[in-house]
Design a protein around this ligand. Structure first.
Ligand SMILES: *Cc1c(COP(=O)(O)O)cnc(C)c1O
Length: 412
């Protein structure tokens, strides 16, 4: 805008312009405006698209209308000779018509009567259940602990855009994803909270980490060292391997962890570990989990006594919270529990929270047919009618990813 203004002033004072509505800097200006509109606070406001198109088309007519009105009401001196008033009158009228047009179109527009995606089989996402689950989980956490919503892999299939934007509206400020590309996508959707990448990111992408203000997990010392060598300041959390042997610095190696805090280009403001059998309440598993927790706290203690300024710490995922609710930490990384489902229906937990599934899978009945007693239904003749039956056929199958094991009312 500043450059366009400067350009206009320059042309004006040079007297060199033939026409006063064409500027070179109009193009980047419009590009910026369109992008701002398309992703305003993470929402795509379709109505603004229509309105801006209408304003573009309508505004020359509005110039004519304003001039005609001026003549009609003898207001030439105000509406024509005062170019600023004329300008605002045209703007106002164009915007009014644009927005009214967009609203009308939204009302009566060409909305399909049957949405194609609900014709056959579809997923329904209950955002009310999502906010309720988030609320229930927050209440179960210790006071100063914050919920970090795990929205990796398209929010476990629920749709990262819908889930993350809704959670951010309800006050969630931290998110976790699996990859740098998922993180970038969330930023482009307009998510402004903290975004932690849980998985490995190639160090050559350091610039993107910085540009999109993403927090990278350091998966081991070598990763940290190589990321630091990129000479790009990046926010990081340290993963500690306390016994799962997936990602992380060895819990028994506080020296390496300490060294990371001295690395110039890494802004390490978090350290965490992951519990690998916290869903189980079997005695050996509980003992192992407690051992993992102890190892992690020991490492933290070691850092503290070495004078390292302690970053935020986090340990639990969903089941970590449900089975070990009192751990002292700054975040809980909750995935599956946010979506209101257990990892396995048999799971019992220490906390019994009132969580509700966010996702439902639905299908419209395609056919209802009568099948006499003693006939078979489906693959493998899996079902045999015990009486004359009415069978409903749903147009969804294993091609859609629906497991065949679930046939005949079987549950996992
Ligand atoms: C996936 C993941 C989580 C979330 O786990 P849930 O069991 O779904 O809550 C937390 N932390 C890490 C490191 C993960 O990879």
């Amino acid at each position: 805008f500043a450059l366009m203004f400067a350009e206009a002033m320059l042309l004006h004072y040079n007297g060199s312009q033939r026409h006063d509505s064409m500027y070179v800097f109009l193009l980047p200006c419009m590009y910026f405006l369109f992008n701002a509109v398309l992703h305003f606070r993470g929402k795509r406001i379709a109505g603004l698209r229509t309105a801006s198109l209408l304003i573009y088309i309508i505004h020359p007519m509005m110039i004519v209308v304003v001039r005609a009105a001026a003549k009609l009401f003898h207001l030439q001196s105000l509406l024509i000779e005062n170019s600023l008033v004329q300008y605002f009158a045209v703007c106002l009228l164009s915007a009014a018509f644009g927005f009214i047009g967009a609203a009308v179109r939204e009302r009566i527009g060409n909305k399909p009567k049957h949405r194609a995606e609900t014709e056959r089989a579809y997923i329904e996402i209950d955002l009310n259940n999502l906010s309720r689950n988030a609320e229930v989980l927050r209440e179960a956490m210790p006071q100063k602990c914050e919920l970090m919503a795990v929205v990796k892999t398209e929010a476990y299939g629920h749709g990262a855009y819908e889930i993350a934007t809704h959670l951010e509206k309800t006050g969630v400020r931290s998110f976790a994803v699996a990859t740098v590309d998922e993180g970038i996508k969330l930023r482009k959707y307009g998510i402004r909270g903290e975004i932690l990448i849980l998985g490995y990111t190639d160090v050559h992408r350091a610039k993107e980490l910085k540009k999109f203000d993403l927090t990278q997990t350091l998966i081991d010392f070598d990763h940290a060292r190589r990321l630091n060598m990129q000479k790009v300041t990046v926010k990081t959390h340290i993963a500690v391997d306390s016994g799962m042997h997936r990602l992380g610095f060895a819990y028994s190696d506080p020296e390496s962890v300490k060294e990371v805090f001295g690395m110039k280009y890494l802004k390490t403001n978090g350290i965490f570990t992951h519990l690998c059998c916290c869903e189980s309440l079997r005695r050996e598993d509980v003992a192992f989990t407690k051992e993992q927790i102890q190892r992690f706290y020991n490492l933290i203690g070691e850092l503290k006594s070495n004078g390292v300024p302690l970053p935020k710490i986090h340990i639990q995922s969903s089941y970590g919270l449900l089975n070990y609710p009192d751990l002292e930490c700054d975040y809980v990384r909750v995935g599956i529990a946010l979506y209101g489902i257990p990892c396995s229906p048999k799971d019992r937990t220490v906390l019994n929270l009132d969580l509700h599934p966010v996702l439902s899978l639905k299908a419209k009945i395609a056919l209802v047919r009568n099948v006499p007693k003693g006939e078979y239904v489906g693959y493998d003749r899996a079902f045999r009618t015990e009486r004359d039956s009415r069978i409903a056929i749903l147009p969804i199958g294993y091609g859609d990813g629906f497991p065949r094991d679930l046939s005949c009312g079987n549950a996992y």
